[in-house]
Ligand binder design. Structure first.
Ligand code: XLS
Ligand code: NI
Ligand code: NI
Length: 438
């Protein structure tokens, strides 16, 4: 085995809320049971390969800052090989049960597609061995169809049919690898599927192509026997001015229009929800109401910066309300809490990798406990139920059952005199109620 990358860090243990050890969990206690499931099963934490192994702290204004001693190979393939054991040592010490990758962050681009596929296979063999050794599993795989110049106009929505073909070949391969590694699901994030200006864009034609692309993916999934769900990950902008998968509602509309809904769920990312002008819980509720809440990319943005800052999620209101929505729709099955999050440029030391993930895991563990306590208490759900009681009997029940139309309702309203059931929405009281659990 290669030399340890984190020789000074022992496996992270749960030490409880009073611990002052920064390299310990204060709230994430994997085996603790909540509503009949262990925390580990509820949260299904996942580490991403791209930010964790391929990020370097650079931004549009400056070079990389992060101290990553293993990033010292002269050839890209050699570099990719060095990263594999480091990543799995990290996941193992952190106690993260899952990971996620793009094809091109595991292995480098080759000079031809054939060579890229060979590089990919070489690294996948190493990954497979490490997965076996550590027991870390794959939450989902995906294809990076946005970094290379060939995708400048998009991939499945490119004006260039050759780019579409190339993207199809890449997704085919990434899907096969995901299946080989027994991935729980497969993600489609839009990359550059969108536009910079409508002046040069045939939107209808591009959407039709995207629909066709997804059908081809579904066909291939069936062909190889991959049983996990496909997820679409909504995002409204960045890198393009407008991404077609702009939010949960737009994705659901696309899936319905192209008759794809039965094959897809959504992977909701906090920072993307915020960029779309929505809260995370809004997006979770939209997905959940359509029976399409699959997984989450856990991070958060900065309210004063209008871009995808991908910060680690440490806000307890956010994690508690996210978990309330997730639990309301039955919790994760194939999905999980995937940390699509990156360290700040200034957090350049090696230990920061652990501090950031511990912070995110503890925040979600605490969010889970808070959500479970709110559910157990019952006042919040009772309030909502009671608020809609006019639909449980009388005219409300008749409307819901489809037994009356405008004619009957007009008669009912004429005889009613005035609507008398209005009562307070109690927003402030409910906000205080939530606060009493935090
Ligand atoms: C980018 C997305 C991306 C997806 C995977 O903003 O979050 O990282 O999760 O392609
Ligand atoms: Ni993401
Ligand atoms: Ni993102």
């Amino acid at each position: 085995m290669a030399k340890a990358a984190f020789p000074n860090i022992a496996p992270i243990q749960y030490e409880g809320p009073l611990s002052k050890n920064p390299l310990a969990f204060k709230w994430y206690n994997p085996d603790e049971m909540i509503e009949g499931r262990s925390m580990k099963e509820h949260l299904r934490f996942s580490v991403v390969y791209w930010h964790t192994m391929c990020g370097d702290g650079s931004d549009m204004f400056g070079w990389g800052t992060w101290n990553r001693p293993w990033n010292n190979a002269s050839k890209p393939l050699e570099q990719a090989k060095r990263r594999v054991p480091v990543f799995f040592e990290f996941c193992e010490k952190l106690g993260a049960p899952f990971f996620a990758f793009h094809d091109r962050d595991l292995a480098p681009h080759g000079s031809t597609l054939r060579q890229s596929n060979e590089y990919f296979d070489t690294i996948v063999n190493l990954v497979k061995a490490e997965m076996k050794r550590t027991g870390v599993r794959l939450l989902w795989g995906t294809a990076q169809n946005f970094a290379h110049p060939r995708y400048m106009h998009g991939a499945a929505t490119s004006c260039n049919a050759d780019a579409f073909a190339f993207a199809a070949a890449q997704v085919k391969k990434a899907l096969e690898v995901t299946h080989e590694l027994k991935g729980e699901g497969y993600v489609f994030w839009g990359g550059r599927e969108g536009y910079s200006t409508l002046l040069n864009t045939d939107m209808k034609r591009e959407m039709d192509h995207l629909g066709a692309f997804m059908h081809m993916a579904v066909d291939h999934k069936k062909k190889i026997g991959f049983k996990g769900p496909f997820y679409i990950e909504p995002k409204p902008k960045e890198p393009t001015k407008h991404q077609y998968d702009s939010d949960a509602a737009a994705c659901l509309n696309f899936l319905r229009q192209y008759d794809l809904l039965e094959h897809f769920q959504l992977n909701i990312e906090t920072n993307h929800a915020w960029l779309a002008g929505h809260t995370m819980e809004h997006e979770l509720e939209v997905a959940g109401a359509a029976g399409a809440l699959g997984s989450i990319d856990a991070n958060m943005g900065d309210v004063f910066l209008g871009w995808d800052t991908d910060q680690f999620p440490t806000d307890l209101y956010l994690t508690a309300r996210s978990m309330l929505s997730v639990m309301k729709f039955g919790g994760f099955t194939t999905g999980g809490v995937n940390f699509d999050a990156k360290l700040r440029r200034e957090s350049f030391e090696l230990d920061d990798m652990f501090h950031a993930h511990i912070a995110g895991m503890d925040a979600f563990a605490r969010g889970l406990k808070i959500a479970a306590a709110i559910r157990q208490d019952g006042r919040l759900s009772d309030f909502v139920k009671n608020r809609y009681r006019s639909w449980d009997s009388g005219i409300g029940a008749k409307i819901e059952a489809g037994k009356v139309g405008f004619k009957e309702l007009e008669k009912y309203a004429l005889d009613l005199g005035e609507v008398s059931t209005n009562e307070s929405g109690r927003q402030e009281q409910l906000e205080a109620l939530i606060n009493s659990f935090i």
